[in-house]
Write a protein that binds this ligand. Structure first.
Ligand SMILES: NC(=O)c1ccc[n+]([C@@H]2O[C@H](COP(=O)([O-])OP(=O)(O)OC[C@H]3O[C@@H](n4cnc5c(N)ncnc54)[C@H](OP(=O)(O)O)[C@@H]3O)[C@@H](O)[C@H]2O)c1
Length: 340
């Protein structure tokens, strides 16, 4: 049994991850931690948990985690995870970080997009970006897995195979995406209060969202050149789920059938990616509480644009589920273990 620690287990991704790990056939949840001073019974955070599970979420202690865990999941706010991640790597642990602290290769991007200097630039070189279906071979050998952001996951999965085959113009990409409120985490923020979010639909951080450079990094690697995108995130008054609508210009040889065929052949053997048939498009409801990423597309010959839609559950494929998938890949478990 692999021993797992979840740091930040009281938060949305930490609780979701704990739930998945508790149901996983090959791992044991050996320690859950909080910054709070008193231990918290697990049922306060996960009311659905069986009463046979006697775990507590305990005040954070580096030494306790080091003693009890083989793999350490960081479900901490970005900028908090980098120091802790570095410490557990020095202690010989495998670290799977759900924050953004190890996602970007260029340390110069952190002051601009996250408002902080990166204190461990060498770790950025070491980190393997955990987009499971794309980076499987590298994830197998990684000690530091940087789990992708919720917004970048769907668009990157859809666009990477098409850019690699040069079937869309890399300079033409626009992404509109709408996320459920859990995407903002559990902490109190005025914009996510019930009275603000309910019956509302608004864009935020237009052209300024911190996931922009992460998506651009993924797409640039696939295109073999620098890609800049227009990215407009929206807050959707549902608890969980992200629907992203991507607009791009197909290149001349790219018919709708060809684009779909390339996606099907890229992900044919991947259980968690489902390509919709022509005329069908994904929805958040169809992926809620699952690790699926659904993709649908339509080429409009009238306007010369392709419209691609992707849907994921931000807390599962966009966070905890993909983290478990990456753990499965890293430790040689069946990739879908604990996830289907
Ligand atoms: N929400 C999503 O859809 C999503 C998706 C992908 C990635 N992520 C990333 O995953 C990480 C966790 O996100 P989340 O949504 O789970 O956040 P969250 O609900 O706010 O939980 C974060 C947890 O971290 C702990 N914590 C430790 N130091 C903290 C500090 N200085 N300030 C605030 N909390 C601190 C808190 O637990 P205690 O108070 O008990 O210590 C808190 O419950 C973030 O980096 C986020 O960007 C989130």
């Amino acid at each position: 049994m692999l021993n797992c620690a979840v740091l930040g287990a009281t938060g949305y991704t930490g609780a979701e991850l704990t739930k998945l790990l508790l149901a996983h056939p090959h791992v044991r949840v050996s320690i859950l931690t909080t910054r709070q001073e008193k231990a918290i019974p697990i049922e306060e955070i996960l009311p659905s948990v069986s009463k046979k599970i006697k775990l507590q979420i305990t005040p954070y202690s580096f030494d306790e985690v080091k003693k009890k865990a083989d793999v350490v999941f960081l479900c901490l706010p970005h900028t908090e995870a980098m120091t802790v991640g570095d410490q557990f790597l020095n202690a010989g642990k495998v670290v799977i970080d759900l924050s953004a602290d190890f996602r970007l290769k260029d340390p110069e991007l952190y002051p601009k997009w996250y408002g902080v200097q990166h204190n461990f630039p060498a770790r950025l070189k070491q980190a393997v970006y955990g987009l499971s279906e794309v980076n499987r071979a590298k994830i197998k050998k990684a000690d530091l897995i940087s789990n992708p952001g919720c917004y970048p996951t769907g668009p990157s999965l859809a666009l990477i195979p098409l850019l690699k085959k040069k079937l869309i113009n890399p300079d033409s990409i626009i992404i509109n995406a709408a996320s459920g409120v859990s995407g903002a985490g559990k902490k109190l923020v005025a914009a996510t209060h019930f009275c603000e979010a309910h019956e509302n639909f608004n864009a935020y951080k237009v052209n300024k969202h911190q996931h922009t450079p992460e998506i651009e990094q993924n797409l640039s690697q696939a295109a073999g050149k620098t890609v800049k995108i227009t990215f407009v995130p929206h807050l959707l008054p549902i608890s969980r789920g992200i629907l992203a609508t991507l607009y791009a210009e197909p290149t001349r040889q790219a018919t709708e059938a060809k684009l779909r065929k390339v996606l099907i052949s890229a992900y044919g053997d991947d259980v968690f990616i489902r390509i919709k048939p022509g005329g069908q498009f994904p929805s958040t409801k169809e992926v809620q509480h699952t690790n699926f990423c659904d993709i649908g597309l339509s080429v409009d010959t009238r306007t010369g644009r392709v419209v691609i839609l992707t849907a994921i559950d931000n807390l599962v494929k966009g966070a905890a589920g993909q983290a478990v998938q990456n753990m499965n890949i890293r430790f040689g478990f069946p990739e879908e273990a604990g996830l289907l």
